[in-house]
Design a protein around this ligand. Structure first.
Ligand code: SAM
Length: 278
């Protein structure tokens, strides 16, 4: 019988954020593949886990995958962890997991800490749809393009950002984002200095510049640009819609204006609904 590869999330700052199941799996497997064995050694030591570890990081993943696939095929179960949070989310593990799947080996992921979901859930930005794009490109033009196209998605876009680049990234946001945008910068999640800064790129920049300490730590950047709706409607159409809105239900008012000005009925209806007086 083959073994199981467990994907085990570990804390992103607060050592208590590890599940009992994660601790059980880490104790029971025959080997833990860790991004940095010295770093994870502290966590394992803290919880009295003596399981053997092997390194698996960006530079040795292909070679390690061969070794681990062999062990799994021979019946050993293995846990994969990264330095913090959920493995494979901007962390190593993709080659290993995809190769396991190709070999029909069982992979079980445990639910647990992840900076992406933690930041998003408390951001106050829309969560019905969102995009996660890992780290932004370092080169300026590519970064500008990435932020511009994220803004056009009209959904919450989430990025990881390093303290070295956070200020530069916010400056880029000031350059390329449309006037109506909303940024939330989540810093040091689950740690002592956890902070959420919410507002325009200019307001976030002011906060970062207020104190050098504000630029230190780990960051999740979230941005949201609402789809243009009423702004795109001609002023005469809005005026007529407002007049009719006082007399008719939104659906009928939208239908009349749509017919008269040959405009999108749904967009007019949404506007009428949001501004309804009748
Ligand atoms: N796999 C991890 C996860 O599940 O979130 C992410 C690993 S990625 C290499 C590290 C980045 O995640 C950091 O640079 C930062 O952008 C974000 N991050 C990790 N921990 C964080 C925290 N406590 N607060 C804010 N951001 C964090």
């Amino acid at each position: 019988m083959s073994g199981i590869l467990y994907i085990v999330p570990t804390p992103i700052g607060n050592l208590s954020d590890i599940s009992q199941r994660a601790l059980d799996v880490l104790s029971e497997v025959s080997l833990i593949a860790a991004e940095d064995t010295r770093h994870s050694g502290q966590l394992l030591h803290h919880y009295g886990i003596g399981t053997k570890t092997i390194s698996l990081h960006d530079h040795n993943e292909a070679q390690r995958t061969q070794i681990l696939i062999k062990k799994l095929s021979e019946g050993e179960s293995i846990a994969l962890i990264s330095d913090a949070g959920t493995p494979l989310i901007s962390d190593p593990g993709y080659t290993l997991v995809s190769t396991c799947r190709a070999h029909k080996l069982k992979v079980i992921a445990l639910p647990g800490p992840c900076a992406l979901t933690t930041a998003l859930s408390a951001s106050g930005l829309p969560t019905d749809q969102f995009m996660f794009s890992g780290f932004l490109p370092v080169k300026q033009k590519a970064k500008q393009d990435a932020i511009t196209s994220a803004a056009k998605r009209h959904m919450t876009c989430v990025f990881y950002e390093s303290p070295r680049r956070v200020k530069d990234t916010i400056l880029t946001c000031i350059d390329v984002l449309p006037a109506l945008h909303h940024i939330v910068l989540a810093k040091e999640l689950s740690k002592h200095f956890e902070t959420y800064i919410s507002g325009s790129a200019q307001e976030v920049l002011s906060w970062l510049e207020e104190d050098q300490a504000h630029q230190k730590g780990e960051f999740v950047l979230m941005l949201y640009c609402k789809a243009p709706n009423d702004e795109a409607l001609p002023a005469q159409a809005i005026a007529l819609l407002n007049q009719l809105g006082a007399l008719l239900p939104p659906k009928q008012a939208a239908a009349v204006v749509s017919e008269h000005y040959k405009l999108n009925k749904k967009q007019l209806y949404e506007y009428a609904l949001a501004n309804k007086t009748k």
